[in-house]
Design a protein. Structure first.
Length: 209
């Protein structure tokens, strides 16, 4: 090898690897750490904001008194904050084909599912106490919602009325749909996209045949 070529090859070997570099398509540890930190902050932020929105939501109308109006305003602001974080998550999920981005969207959908049905059970129990046996406050409604989603029933809270049983049946059906869609989303986007200029495996197989 000529001296110039040897010096050039040696210099190429000594090039340092930065934190954003990747080897064989695998992100560097620094990049993975930053992505995992963003994942934790966004998912935790959505969970905290939606939980605050749920507990700040009063049973009275916004015009009942000043306290109810303030709680409605605080609940609305918490919901707006959660929506902003979810908008950022959706933007990331559309631009990144990664399991992490899709897992954020799946978890956010789960949080929204819990929030919607917890509010529904709480309102039903307040308006018609004979519909449920065991729901006396918002925490009971949230606990009942989580037990249904996790398919763990302890029997301490039950749907007694026809309307309550209808809503619980709908909730279980929605859970089945959610699980199927979540598995599909994670399985579809867990495979990395083909390299630029290289057709997918199915297209190559057809071309070769």
């Amino acid at each position: 090898m000529p001296p110039d070529d040897a010096r050039h090859a040696a210099g190429a070997v000594r090039v340092p690897v930065t934190g954003s570099a990747s080897v064989d398509g695998v992100p560097a540890p620094g990049v993975l750490a930053r992505e995992f930190t963003r994942f934790l902050w966004r998912t935790t932020g959505v969970l905290v904001l939606l939980t605050a929105c749920y507990y700040l939501l009063p049973a009275e109308s916004p015009w009942h008194d000043s306290v109810a109006g303030s709680r409605w305003a605080a609940s609305f602001l918490s919901l707006c904050g959660g929506v902003l974080v979810m908008r950022n998550q959706l933007r990331t999920a559309r631009t990144e084909r990664s399991v992490r981005a899709r897992a954020e969207a799946v978890l956010t959908a789960l949080y929204l599912l819990v929030l919607v049905f917890a509010v529904t059970y709480d309102r039903m129990a307040r308006s018609e106490p004979d519909q449920f046996s065991g729901i006396h406050n918002q925490t009971d409604a949230l606990y009942f919602t989580v037990t249904i989603i996790s398919t763990v029933g302890f029997g301490d809270i039950t749907a007694v009325g026809t309307a309550a049983r209808a809503v619980v049946t709908l909730h279980m059906l929605v859970n089945l749909i959610y699980v199927g869609m979540a598995l599909r989303v994670l399985a579809t986007f867990s495979t990395p996209p083909p390299a630029p200029g290289r057709p997918p495996a199915q297209v190559r197989d057809v071309a070769d045949s």
